[in-house]
Ligand binder design. Structure first.
Ligand code: TYD
Length: 221
């Protein structure tokens, strides 16, 4: 992203399922709202039409043939393209207009998720290629948690488990996150996500606050 003092910051949260991205994105949004007039909390898959389709695919609801006993897995390259399409639409309809108006944007997941998850089944160069027009966030917070801890959290709060939420898969996703952190470009800060919600919130704030020093600063500590 270009550095213009009047525009808002684009902050993204990443991590394996159960890492706490949704919780911490919401808490950071709350903190920023106390400091700035406006702040947008958003997510990927987005709440736009492509994002809604993706959520149905992930939860298995679009595998219509399951009922007939011949479940055909949704093609993973098609899914990778849907994530990239959702991202373009999300950027154009929500993220970029907000940033241009000086609004701080916090997104629960973004580009690094595509690299970590879609390169499980698709060539990583191709995944990068289909996402090449996605601008890098000002900062990405990567929440690191052990896979067993993440699975425990998911089991405690979910009635249905998404297609990516299996132990071996999450281990590969965690390794991909490590690998792509240095490759993706833009600033990525790794934050230990194993502590209490409040401890992680403070660690996130410590990572974000230097970027806010040329804006209105003061909340969160
Ligand atoms: P998640 O963010 O956990 O949302 P919810 O809390 O509603 O389940 O789920 C989104 C899933 O989508 C998660 O498993 C990661 C995956 N994902 C990708 O595979 N690629 C992407 O580009 C994005 C944004 C998400």
């Amino acid at each position: 992203m270009d550095r213009d003092k009047k525009r808002g910051l684009f902050i993204t949260f990443e991590g394996i399922d159960g890492a706490g991205t949704t919780t911490q994105a919401a808490l950071l949004h709350e903190t920023l709202e106390a400091t700035f007039d406006k702040c947008l909390l958003t997510r990927e898959p987005s709440d736009g039409p492509v994002g809604m389709l993706i959520r149905q695919i992930l939860s298995g609801r679009l595998l219509g043939s399951v009922a007939k006993g011949d479940a055909t897995p949704f093609d993973r390259r098609s899914l990778a393209l849907l994530f990239a399409a959702d991202r373009i639409d999300h950027l154009a309809s929500e993220v970029l207009p907000a940033i241009r108006q000086g609004i701080q944007v916090v997104s629960d997941r973004y580009l690094l998720s595509s690299l970590a998850y879609q390169s499980l089944d698709s060539d990583e160069t191709w995944v990068l290629e289909i996402n090449k027009n996605a601008p890098r966030p000002d900062i990405t917070i990567l929440l690191e948690v052990q896979v067993d801890e993440a699975l425990g959290r998911l089991a405690a709060c979910r009635s249905n488990i998404d297609i990516f939420e299996k132990k071996q898969i999450l281990e590969k996703v965690a390794a991909n996150y490590k690998r792509f952190t240095s490759k993706v470009g833009g600033m990525v800060k790794i934050v230990n996500g194993q502590g209490t919600v409040e401890q992680v919130r403070r660690a996130v704030w410590n990572a974000i606050s230097p970027l806010l020093s040329n804006k209105k600063l003061g909340a969160g500590s």
